[in-house]
Design a protein around this ligand. Structure first.
Ligand SMILES: Nc1nc2c(ncn2[C@@H]2O[C@H](COP(=O)(O)OP(=O)(O)OP(=O)(O)O)[C@@H](O)[C@H]2O)c(=O)[nH]1
Ligand SMILES: [Mg+2]
Length: 436
């Protein structure tokens, strides 16, 4: 079977080849094969996030799956409702009972299978820590694997104030999920503290996480669903997603005005909701969306900077034009094989770390990358990537920072690296102002 073959080689990255039978031809003006993507939100939080995405993106199948009928009623209109396990839960949710959540999904496995089949990519979204999402998401992932869909998981982790029990439920669910997914993205809800102030309500905070995630996914989905000048298609995503249980970085950012390319580049490399960046990723895909005046120099700077921190990564990129991107540039970035353990799923709740030591270790490791290049100057962009990464790491230890603070931290980190470069007598590209 062609599909069984496809799953084998995580190491052997093959060039893109069309996968005719699973790609449905739909009328998009000139018969462009359209990738079939289904986004399934499991449990209360998962459904809310999918609802948010559905408001922003068309032409994609959205499903909200829950044991809680009340929660299903609140989803956006264009999200299909999939209720399951009613015999077990009487339509009332699982009340943090993971065993119930799993059983509810297992007893309806055939229905789940019917709902998930015929897709190229399934994106499973859940906020872990409750009974339905944490118990049943692994069953949905299992079904998706049996159907040989490529499956990406996007998971929010609970706030530390929600307690150890929820954290344990979430961690265990994640461990179950990893080996049955191709890739997974982690968003600790806790990181929203970087962007809120004391007056922000819990509801607003969750809504902010959901909206930010929705924006990010919009960039990713449009990359796949809209044709481009240099087109990214399903074969490219397959190349990226092949393999098992790999941590992925997903973010998109838009810049406008004279420094639109630089702004979007800076922002896309530091997801304020995440705890890890693209350093270490071995497969990277990015798409630049702009208007017809998109400058070659901007494209080049974006491409070089993204590639610089990951010289051995396989990189796929696309360019598309959209009329509404007049004087704007959006970069959608998806990287697979990112390093774990910088606070992502290993993040420990509530315990305040002594500020200096753990960070210094992580930073030292990254700065070493720059220092190694002393004898042989590093590509200038690498310093920027390292600076962005370091700034991001520093920030993950600080709560209640907003996006502006984050940008400032990036600038400071770049300045620090520039100083070091001077000492090593390495020219800095950051001193050459990029053309706007
Ligand atoms: N990002 C985000 N997280 C949410 C949202 N709602 C809840 N959460 C988080 O998700 C965790 C699990 O909550 P739910 O998704 O409501 O739980 P569930 O999967 O429906 O499970 P049960 O209600 O126990 O059946 C919570 O501990 C919160 O941290 C949301 O709208 N957005
Ligand atoms: Mg619920």
């Amino acid at each position: 079977m062609a599909k069984a073959k496809r799953r084998k080689g995580e190491k052997a990255l093959r060039p893109k080849i069309a996968r005719e039978p699973a790609v449905k031809l739909q009328e998009l003006g000139d018969d462009v094969p359209r990738t079939r993507i289904r986004i399934i939100g499991v449990g209360g939080g998962g459904g809310n996030i999918v609802s948010e995405i559905a408001k922003l993106v068309g032409r994609i199948d959205f499903v909200g799956a829950n044991t809680d009928l009340q929660a299903l009623k609140t989803l956006s209109k264009n999200v299909k409702r999939f209720s399951f396990g009613e015999d077990l839960t009487q339509g009332l949710g699982c009340g943090m009972d993971v065993v119930k959540g799993e059983e509810a999904a297992r007893m309806e496995k055939e229905r789940i299978k019917n709902m998930m089949q015929g897709q190229d990519i399934c994106i499973l979204v859940a906020s872990l820590g409750g009974g339905t999402g944490s118990g049943s998401a692994p069953v949905f992932a299992e079904v998706s694997r049996e159907l040989k869909n490529l499956t990406l998981g996007i998971f929010c982790m609970p706030f530390s104030f929600e307690g150890e029990k929820r954290r344990q439920i979430a961690d265990r669910a994640l461990e179950k999920l990893k080996p049955i997914l191709n890739s997974y993205v982690l968003i600790p809800n806790e990181n929203i503290f970087r962007m809120i102030d004391a007056k922000t309500s819990l509801k607003e905070s969750l809504s902010m996480v959901n909206k930010l995630l929705a924006e990010t996914l919009k960039g990713f989905i449009e990359t796949l669903s809209l044709p481009g000048l240099i087109n990214i298609d399903f074969a490219d995503v397959r190349t990226l997603l092949e393999g098992r249980g790999r941590l992925a970085y997903l973010h998109s950012a838009t810049g406008s005005g004279p420094t639109k390319a630089q702004t979007s580049l800076k922002e896309v490399l530091v997801n304020p909701l995440g705890d890890y960046g693209i350093v270490g990723a071995d497969r990277i895909m990015f798409n630049i969306t702009g208007d017809k005046n998109l400058k070659m120099q901007d494209v080049s700077e974006i491409a070089r900077t993204i590639a610089a921190g990951n010289p051995r990564a396989k990189i796929i990129f696309g360019i598309s034009f959209q009329p509404e991107f007049k004087d704007k540039v959006r970069i959608a970035l998806f990287a697979v094989g990112c390093k774990e353990g910088r606070g992502g799923e290993k993040q420990k709740p509530s315990v305040k770390k002594k500020p200096q030591k753990p960070r210094a270790k992580a930073q030292g490791k990254l700065l070493l990358v720059t220092q190694k290049k002393k004898a042989q100057p590093a590509p200038k962009e690498e310093h920027k990537a390292v600076a962005l990464e370091n700034a991001s790491l520093q920030d993950s230890s600080k709560l209640r920072r907003n996006a502006l603070d984050l940008k400032k931290a990036v600038e400071e980190e770049i300045q620090e690296l520039e100083k070091k470069e001077k000492a090593w007598d390495i020219p800095s590209f950051l001193r050459n102002k990029p053309a706007s």
